[in-house]
Design a protein. Structure first.
Length: 254
């Protein structure tokens, strides 16, 4: 039977790959993105029918509630929520304005609260559901000058654990994924300055013990697995799909 799967930030990168993969499994996909044109383009890439593209700023409570109401009006239920949206800000804390700080925390962390707050009552009445959040290596370790992003992603792991505890006994499994460097528009725009995109991608490939940069579908496979019954005993976890990035200790002269 087709599941109803809401994916935020589905207009690009990892979210888009997850939409295509869920659709290929026969599920009904809701691509929710602040960029409605890109959300529609994702749906156009999906096999099957009965999918929805919805323009939605996941940092806006009214927009999120309207999006979930539209999903319920159309399908009558929701089975899977992928809180995938994220924005990157590479700045040291003292150069980060309060507005910039709030926007990163809102889009990366509070959006998980907003979407989950709207969806969980429906999952509770079904007695089942799967929520998958996108964390980051910055949830556990970090580089310089990425304060707001690192803080938001640390919060994603903590919130995932909490949601796992609060709703696991009620049939809702919440987990998060920690992707390594994945070749998406987000990564490419972050590395566009400096050595150049191709050189930076080569650098990331070398830095990850698996010897390559990840592709969006590497993470989409983990997302669909976490949403499946095969992951039925996985709860409150942070699944590292990072090509070994966080497993590695770099000796000083390496
Ligand atoms: N690409 C990587 O290397 C990498 C590594 C670790 C974690 N992640 C995380 O994975 C997730 C997906 O990243 P990606 O690389 O695919 O990013 P991406 O920039 O390619 O896609 C993000 C999507 O989110 C949408 N979006 C941005 N703000 C929004 C808002 N307020 N409301 C709704 N949609 C909004 C964008 O329009 C875009 O379609 C993010 O949470 C990111 O932090 C990515």
């Amino acid at each position: 039977m087709s599941r109803v799967v809401i994916i935020t930030g589905a207009g690009s990168g990892i979210g888009q790959a997850a939409a295509v993969r869920f659709a290929s499994m026969g599920d009904w996909v809701v691509a929710a993105d602040i960029n409605g044109v890109n959300a529609s383009a994702t749906i156009a890439m999906c096999s099957g029918s009965n999918h929805l593209a919805i323009t939605c700023d996941v940092g806006d409570e009214q927009a999120v509630n309207a999006m979930v109401n539209q999903v319920i009006a159309h399908y009558g239920t929701v089975d899977v929520l992928v809180n995938n949206t994220g924005i990157l800000l590479s700045k040291p804390l003292h150069e980060t304005s309060f507005a910039e700080w709030n926007r990163v925390i809102t889009v990366n962390l509070s959006s998980i609260y907003l979407c989950s707050h709207a969806v969980i009552p429906h999952m509770l009445s079904n007695g089942r559901g799967s929520i998958i959040n996108l964390a980051s290596p910055h949830s556990f370790a970090t580089t310089t000058n990425i304060a707001a992003y690192a803080a938001s992603k640390g919060g994603v792991v903590s919130l995932t654990r909490q949601m796992g505890m609060d709703y696991g006994r009620k049939g809702i499994r919440t987990n998060c994924i920690v992707p390594g460097a994945i070749d998406t528009p987000m990564l490419r725009s972050d590395i566009a300055h400096g050595a150049g995109v191709e050189a930076s991608l080569a650098g990331w490939a070398k830095a990850q013990p698996i010897g390559r940069v990840g592709q969006p579908d590497d993470i989409a496979k983990v997302i669909t697995w976490l949403a499946s019954d095969d992951a039925g005993f996985v709860l409150g976890a942070a699944i590292h799909a990072d090509g070994g990035m966080l497993a590695q200790l770099t000796p000083p002269n390496d």
